[in-house]
Design a protein around this ligand. Structure first.
Ligand code: DGL
Length: 268
């Protein structure tokens, strides 16, 4: 048993898609969430900068005495070196293995699509992991740089012609290749699920990175005997900018009203 909190971080608020699932799966756990809103987006930066930002985020969560760290960010997950993750004093979970395992398990025709930020797609981390588990798979990857700003601004309505037009453009290759499973390799993208599903059709399986990563975390806590003995969970929210706008926007990501006060932190 371990009553310390679960630490979760993202470049912005997309990581709250993982928090939403964690709250459902592990309602008694304490969670500390950090959204580095001042430096969002990470996906336009090079690997060195992304890793520096990730180290700052991790240092902050460790200062909160967390028992496990979840990188609820596709961009960090695909660029942060495995050796650095292994050397942390607590277990580290990223979104790559959980989503790839689900995609490989669910794909019937062996053609998997991967959507992510520019830094995620150019790292080829998802592709490598898919081929490690299923070498014969055809992988079609597409960077979707406009998706994060659109989601952060509340877009996601599948009847909105503007977002549909942008998504059509990005998803053309995935649809033409006949992908039957598509990894939403960025934790912001589950908010575009209805848009993406509308374009790709109802038979395509979308892998929600927030959901798969939360269940991997739940499994790991159980396996390592790190579950809490507490009976009431709670979430502490930290952001690096704009705490005033946070509650409304975070409620959109979480799908529920946030009532508690959030705190602004400086990471550097
Ligand atoms: N949620 C981040 C990710 O999963 C957002 C991307 C960004 O910061 O550019 O990649």
């Amino acid at each position: 048993m371990d009553n310390r909190a679960i630490g979760v971080f993202d470049s912005g608020l997309g990581g709250l898609t993982a928090v939403k699932e964690l709250k459902k799966l592990l309602p008694c756990e304490k969670i500390v969430f950090l959204g580095d809103t001042a430096r969002l987006p990470y996906g336009i930066h090079d690997r060195e900068t992304i890793c520096k930002y990730a180290q700052d985020d991790i240092r902050f969560l460790l200062s909160k005495d967390v028992k496990i760290i979840i990188a609820a960010c596709g961009t960090v997950s695909s660029n942060f070196p495995k050796e650095d993750a292994e050397n942390l004093p607590v277990p580290f979970i990223d979104i790559i293995s959980p989503t790839v395992e689900a995609a490989v398990r669910l794909s019937k025709n062996g053609t998997i699509g991967v959507l992510g930020t520019e830094a995620t797609i150019s790292s080829r981390a998802f592709e490598r992991e898919i081929h490690r588990l299923a070498p014969d798979t055809t992988v079609v990857s597409k960077a979707c740089p406009l998706f994060v700003p659109l989601v952060e601004n509340g877009y996601g309505d599948p009847d909105d012609p503007f977002i549909l037009h942008v998504a059509e453009e990005y998803l053309l290759g995935i649809r033409e290749a006949g992908c039957d499973t598509v990894i939403l390799g960025c934790t912001h993208y589950p908010h575009l699920s209805r848009v993406i599903q509308k374009i790709l059709g109802p038979d395509v399986t979308l892998i929600n990175s927030g959901m798969e990563t939360a269940s991997a975390a739940s499994y790991l806590l159980h396996e390592k005997g790190l579950e809490t003995s507490g009976t009431e969970g709670c979430v502490s929210y930290y952001v690096t900018e704009n705490p005033e706008n946070f509650n409304e926007r975070a409620s959109f990501f979480l799908g529920e009203e946030i009532t508690q006060q959030l705190l602004k932190v400086d990471l550097v």
